[in-house]
Design a binder for this molecule. Structure first.
Ligand SMILES: [Ca+2]
Length: 209
């Protein structure tokens, strides 16, 4: 009986010692594995400085208002008077090339229909280059009336290229010459009539378009 108990205690002790050895062994293996991964040679390369900035298209005009005006226009008169045209500089202060068109609208608040008589003319500068509108002899870009409903005077503001659309590179400008004329045959019904005109310069990117 005593001999049996002694044997059982010895057996339990042996099992505990064995379990302890197994735990110690596993711990040693884990530490060994960790030491092994730390010992690997590694390397990395970074590629920085990848910066993106979008381009801009910014159209502007000089003058920005009152390019043409008259207060006592008579049949046969033109504005400016004589042969010169009124120069307007169209600029692209953006960084990307733009394409632009010019459309016009007019008012007829007094219902006297001056805008059915007044003829607007847009030409390129004299000799088609430079910025001089002295003789108003450049290529004709538009010559006609600008009705209340509006009209495309130069090119077409519809997206994409249409005949007459003009291009301006980033940071460049060009000059166009405007003129308004009241035909000598304009009748009495148009006395004291007023129409106000608005010219809209519409620009869009040419890249991928
Ligand atoms: Ca267009």
């Amino acid at each position: 009986m005593n001999s049996g108990h002694t044997t059982q205690r010895a057996e339990r002790g042996r099992r505990r010692r064995l379990a302890g050895l197994v735990v110690i062994g596993l711990a040693a293996m884990t530490i060994g594995a960790a030491s092994l991964s730390l010992a690997l040679f590694t390397s990395a390369a970074t590629v920085n400085g990848n910066s993106f900035t979008t381009g801009t298209v910014v159209i502007g005009t000089n003058p920005a208002t009152a390019l043409l005006s008259a207060t006592a226009l008579m049949p046969g008169d033109s504005v400016p008077s004589g042969t010169p045209g009124a120069p307007i500089t169209v600029s692209n202060t953006g960084t990307a090339q733009l394409r632009y068109a010019i459309s016009g609208t007019s008012t007829d608040a007094d219902n006297l229909h001056l805008n059915t008589q007044l003829v607007l003319t847009v030409r390129q500068p004299d000799g088609n280059t430079g910025s001089s509108c002295t003789a108003m002899t450049g290529n004709v870009l538009f010559n006609g009336v600008v009705p209340t409903a509006g009209v495309n005077m130069v090119g077409d503001p519809t997206q994409g290229f249409q005949t007459g659309d003009r291009t301006l590179g980033g940071g460049t400008s060009e000059t166009l010459c405007f003129k308004a004329s009241l035909p000598i045959g304009t009748g009495n019904a148009f006395q004291g009539a007023t129409s106000d005109y608005t010219f809209t310069f519409s620009a869009e990117q040419t890249a991928n378009n």
